[in-house]
Design a protein around this ligand. Sequence first.
Ligand code: PAF
Length: 315
Amino acid sequence: MRDTPSKRIAIVGPGALGCLLATALCRTEREIWVLDHDSRRAALLQHSGLTLERAGRLDHFPVQVTADAKLIGPVPLVFLCVKSPALRRTLPTLLPLLTKKSLLLAWQNGIGHLPVLSGAKLPCTVVLAVTSLGANLVGPGRVRFGGKGATSLGFLGAASQDAKSALQEVAELFRMAGLEARVETNILAQVWNKLLVNVGINALTAIHDCENGELLRNGETLAVLRAAVLEAASIAQAKGISIDPDPVERTMAVCQATSTNISSMLQDVRGKRKTEIEGINGAVLEEATRLGISVPVNAALFASIQGLEKGYLSK
Ligand code: PAF
């Protein structure tokens, strides 16, 4: 028998992170539904389920997968795991899932999604989820665990007391699923802490077609990583955002913890998809231009990825 809708969680987008979260949450008592805009893949995954590869083990998870949000209906918890370039077209399709009591957790990298979410007239409460979990999609519905990482959760805007209690329950649910999670009052600082990590890792791994750990073993890439992160940190400081100290060391630590991971941007480039560059190094460049600060390393990384995208998207 199916659970009541109040136990249902909708995960939007069966990419690497969406599949990883879905498999982790299958360990809780919740009923997991995946929403996929691609109806053919949805039918395939509904039939074959999701597979998690971790430490040489393969685990299989049957989940409900559909391309029709109305089949899922209103749910208390929605995980929005599509990449930031797909956000604008995805948000209107979520309306059948959302009520004023729903929490919508947005998992995008960078900062490009913030104005899109703030500007969308959604009936629910929006939560920003910032994670350094690593995940690689190795086939449809098949995800390889790419490294442990903590997740921070916090509200995009004002939140009611009920929403605050609901978010504490979400953090508890994460712990039950074996994931590290905490609720933050200043989530914007966490968004920028993560942005700095993505600024240093994502474009560089995509340009050099290498695993995250490789950046640490090559003096040249390490120097670019350092310079890109320091430039972005200077923008955060100029904006008065209280990022954590030692952003370069933190970025290097993430490279180490996810050393065999293929970054999400490299996965996008290999899959010939539009990347999140505009919301990462592109957003740093945009903020810097507004502030009259020069960020040549971020500008160069932005231009290189745009060049790569142009090469395969125009075909
Ligand atoms: O975008 C990614 O790939 C991830 O955010 C991270 C943490 C860089 C790991 O690969």
